[in-house]
Design a protein around this ligand. Structure first.
Ligand code: 5GP
Ligand code: ZN
Length: 141
C-alpha cells in the first residue's frame, strides 16, 4: 500500500469528507481547517509538488479549481478567498502530494494570517528588471 496519506484518501483506505471527485481530481475538507470551508484539491495522480507536473496534468488539475472556488463562494459568502499551495518543507509543505488550499476569508480575526513584508528597499526597479531578464531568458530557452 502507498505510504502517501492523500493517495490513501483517494483510494478510500483513509476516510475523508469528500466534496468532489472527477477523473483527474479529488477535493475534500481539510482535517485541520483554518477557516470555515477550508478545502483541499488534489490530483489523483501522485505528484509531489508543482515542479513535477506535466503541462497536461497541470491543465487537468487547475481546470477544476474555479468550480470549487465558486461553490465555496456561493455557499459560504466569504469576504474573499485565499488559494495557497506550499512546495517543499521550507515553504510549509507537510504532505508531499500536491494540494491546493481553498481558504474562505471572513474577517480580520478568521484565523488566517498571510502576512508577508515587502523588501522594496532591496528590490529597486533596476534589480527587479534584471531578475526579469534572467527568468525570461530561461523561459525562452
Ligand atoms: P501543507 O502544510 O502540506 O500545505 O498542508 C497539508 C494540509 O493537509 C494541512 O492543512 C492538514 O490539516 C491537511 N491534512 C493532513 N493530513 C490530513 C488528513 O489525513 N486528512 C485531511 N482531510 N487533511 C489532512
Ligand atoms: Zn500521493
Amino acid at each position: 500500500m502507498t505510504s502517501c496519506i492523500f493517495c490513501q484518501i483517494i483510494e478510500g483506505a483513509v476516510p475523508s469528507a469528500k466534496i468532489y471527485e472527477d477523473e483527474h481530481v479529488y477535493a475534500f475538507m481539510d482535517i485541520m481547517p483554518v477557516t470555515k470551508g477550508h478545502v483541499l484539491l488534489i490530483p489523483k495522480k501522485h505528484v509531489e509538488n508543482i515542479y513535477d507536473f506535466t503541462e497536461e496534468d497541470a491543465a487537468q488539475f487547475f481546470a477544476a479549481a474555479p468550480k470549487i472556488a465558486n461553490v465555496l463562494k456561493e455557499h459560504f459568502r466569504p469576504a474573499g478567498m485565499n488559494l495557497l499551495q506550499n512546495n517543499g518543507g521550507f515553504a510549509g509543505q507537510s504532505v508531499f502530494h500536491f494540494h491546493l488550499h481553498f481558504i474562505p476569508r471572513y474577517d480580520q480575526t478568521d484565523g488566517f494570517q498571510p502576512g508577508w513584508k515587502t523588501k522594496q528597499e532591496a528590490f529597486t526597479p533596476d534589480v527587479i528588471a534584471k531578475l526579469a531578464d534572467v527568468i525570461r531568458e530561461k523561459l525562452e530557452n
